[in-house]
Write a protein that binds this ligand. Structure first.
Ligand code: ZN
Ligand code: ZN
Length: 348
């Protein structure tokens, strides 16, 4: 296989091929999905996990936050709105990208996972809009969205992701799919967290708890997505040894390192006026996250090994999230539940 030749867009139906695909790309696959006859049965567990995380913005009543909004300082309000719109910008890229990947993945069970992820990204986008519409008029929302689009630090941060996504869009080769996957892990597994930290920081002070509840749902989804993408890439490399090169492993370390630097830079910009979030501590948190993503990919830590320096960012424990502790291939099916009194913000 030439990893630099474009993959062909998969025909909807290939009746002469088996239902169980012979590969996640370039596989022989009928296009029919029978979950009982798939190449990687653990993908069904992941599908169940994603579905049991299902939530929608309207389930959360924003009334308490609406009342508290007027009591936030003007700095808190500004940072709140800036982060909200900047996170919405990141999520906006994910729905169309995941849909596009589906056209080139030959295994129907993986297509189904990408479809569910795309749906969840649409919910994330809606939730940011829902929060905004509860708090500020449309005119003001538009101003913040324009700022998010034009901010140079945000642009620089997002450009790497965008470049990788556009590259695959223009030229859907296996190599570009690999690079898209790595960048997607950066987006979902590293880039969101300075934003999440701010909302959890408010929650620690009993402020804007409804918003933070939504953020915690988004975080739970994103951790699952980043985890899935890591498994996808591992299978992609295992099935396609031509992709499993030293250059590609170096690529992972390089772009994860870049993402860490850009996330730190963004955190310094976005959180500089917020008392109570120690930026040096957040920097270590970013490195902790990057190590976790690398281990999920089966690679080594890039930074000093450490425990989570900001445990309050994690509303959901790693164990609950299928984190790095269990090997994907040995993993047992688990059931997940929505946030309750016992696993929700009381733990913050
Ligand atoms: Zn998302
Ligand atoms: Zn996601």
């Amino acid at each position: 296989m030439d990893i630099h030749l474009p993959l062909s867009r998969i025909k909807l139906l290939n009746p002469e091929f088996p239902n169980k695909s012979t590969g996640i790309i370039n596989g022989k696959s009928s296009g029919l999905l029978n979950w009982n006859d798939i190449a990687y049965p653990q993908i069904y567990d992941l599908y169940q996990t994603l579905l049991s995380n299902f939530w929608k913005a309207q389930e959360i009543n924003m009334q308490d936050d609406i009342k508290q909004w007027d009591f936030l300082s003007s700095t808190e309000k500004d940072v709140f709105l800036r982060i909200n719109t900047q996170l919405a910008c990141l999520d906006s890229l994910q729905t169309p990208t995941m849909c596009q990947v589906m056209d080139y993945v030959s295994d129907s069970s993986f297509k189904a996972i990408f479809a569910v992820i795309a749906q969840q990204e649409a919910v994330h986008n809606e939730s940011y809009s829902y929060i905004l519409s509860s708090l500020v008029p449309l005119n003001e929302q538009k101003v913040w969205f324009n700022q998010a689009k034009n901010d140079p630090i945000v642009q620089k941060r997002n450009q790497l992701i965008l470049d990788a996504y556009e590259c695959f869009r223009e030229n859907p080769t296996p190599q570009n799919l690999f690079q898209l996957g790595v960048n997607s892990i950066n987006l979902e597994g590293i880039y969101f967290y300075a934003g999440f930290a701010f909302f959890y920081h408010l929650a620690r002070q009993q402020k804007m708890l409804k918003t933070s509840t939504m953020i915690s749902y988004i975080q739970r989804d994103e951790m699952q997505h980043a985890y899935f993408m890591a498994q996808f890439l591992r299978i992609l490399l295992t099935e396609n040894p031509d992709l499993h090169t030293e250059a590609n492993i170096d690529y992972v370390y390089k772009v994860v390192g870049q993402a860490v630097r850009l996330e730190k830079e963004w955190a310094h910009m976005i959180l500089k006026d917020i008392d109570g979030i120690e930026l040096s501590e957040y920097e270590r948190y970013t490195e902790y996250l990057a190590n976790k993503r690398l281990r999920q990919l089966g690679l080594q830590n890039l930074y000093k090994e450490r425990v989570n320096p900001m445990p309050w960012i994690h509303v959901f424990s790693d164990e609950m999230m299928n984190g790095t502790k269990s090997d994907f291939f040995e993993q047992k099916s688990r059931s997940y539940a929505k946030v309750t009194q016992s696993n929700g913000f009381d733990e913050l």
